[in-house]
Write a protein that binds this ligand. Structure first.
Ligand SMILES: Nc1ncnc2c1ncn2[C@@H]1O[C@H](COP(=O)(O)OP(=O)(O)OP(=O)(O)O)[C@@H](O)[C@H]1O
Length: 290
């Protein structure tokens, strides 16, 4: 359970990022604080800046040089004014990113992919030779069992379904010992059933292991079903940060106007809606019908 006394594990202040010669702003003065144990949706239409923000939190992007942008992870500075901290690896070891396209080495067994989460604890030679200590192998197997795909441990990653590959990527984060999972559109390539399973799994790890989860989503339905708090971006700015249930249809329409169609899960004939709304009083029907 999160409360306001839990420590801040993500603290972003004044984050600015511009791309290209034209210096088009992708993030404009983002402030974001996330406490240990929260599960937060990062919502926004295509191009709103979700991936760019997440990439700054793992140090894959640097903020505009000379800006007052600061990113602290787990109480440690990760970047400031566009410069990465010298000990950025220490922060990264506690933080895992799960991507839309899973980022597995497809020709290698699932087990080897998952063991990659342990590399930061091992001497380089062991990693290069693929000689993982027995304890790490047991840990990887337990992580695969935790996500329900231990039977696939020795299959090539490429033979797994999209949903199974995403679960393998999440088990790699468990082996890593990540205290924060940044999930960048983890369900964008999945069918509704796999999407539900992956989101349920993230929610379970959040609830049972206390892992802080920040998950970017296109679909507001999933934010409602799984994330108590939502941070909504539009054109690189935070336009909403609060309880997901406060994102009423009227509020969503105010925030996104015609972009709202992108945020509603399409309902295909013969397919049940992906997830029921968390609050029984909330219905997306008004939006779908519009
Ligand atoms: N490497 C880059 N070079 C130039 N522009 C970029 C780069 N990365 C992102 N952008 C721009 O920054 C803006 C935000 O992009 P970003 O990918 O963060 O949005 P997003 O909300 O994650 O979108 P999507 O849901 O489509 O993934 C867009 O205008 C995009 O074109």
């Amino acid at each position: 359970m999160t409360n306001s006394r839990n420590p801040l594990v993500i603290d972003v202040q004044g984050l600015r990022k511009s791309f290209g010669a034209a210096k088009a702003p992708a993030l404009r003065d983002i402030n974001l604080q996330v406490r240990r144990g929260e599960m937060v949706a990062l919502l926004g239409a295509s191009g709103s800046g979700k991936s760019t923000l997440l990439r700054h939190l793992s140090g894959l992007h640097r903020a505009d040089a000379g800006s007052r942008s600061v990113v602290n992870i787990l109480g440690r500075e990760l970047q400031s004014g566009g410069r990465l901290a010298g000990d950025v690896r220490a922060s990264r070891a506690k933080l895992a990113t799960v991507f839309q396209q899973f980022n597995l080495v497809e020709r290698l067994p699932v087990m080897t992919n998952v063991l990659a989460g342990a590399l930061h604890r091992l001497p380089l030679w062991r990693g290069l030779l693929g000689l993982f200590p027995r304890a790490e192998q047991q840990r990887a197997y337990a992580a695969l069992a935790r996500v329900g795909i231990e039977a696939c441990a020795w299959q090539r990653a490429s033979t797994l379904s999209g949903g199974q590959q995403q679960r393998a990527a999440i088990s790699r984060a468990l082996v890593q010992g990540a205290e924060i999972i940044l999930a960048d559109e983890p369900i964008a390539s999945l069918d509704p059933e796999s999407s539900r399973r992956v989101m349920s799994l993230l929610a379970e790890l959040n609830r049972e292991l206390g892992v802080t989860v920040l998950v970017s989503l296109h679909q507001v339905d999933y934010a409602f079903a799984f994330c108590p708090r939502t941070v909504a971006l539009r054109q690189g700015q935070v336009v909403f940060d609060g309880p997901t249930q406060d994102l009423t249809p009227v509020r969503l329409r105010e925030l996104y106007g015609s972009q709202i169609d992108e945020l509603i899960t399409p309902v295909s004939p013969g397919l049940a809606p992906a997830v029921p709304a968390q609050s029984p009083s909330y219905s997306l029907d008004g939006l779908r019908a519009a």
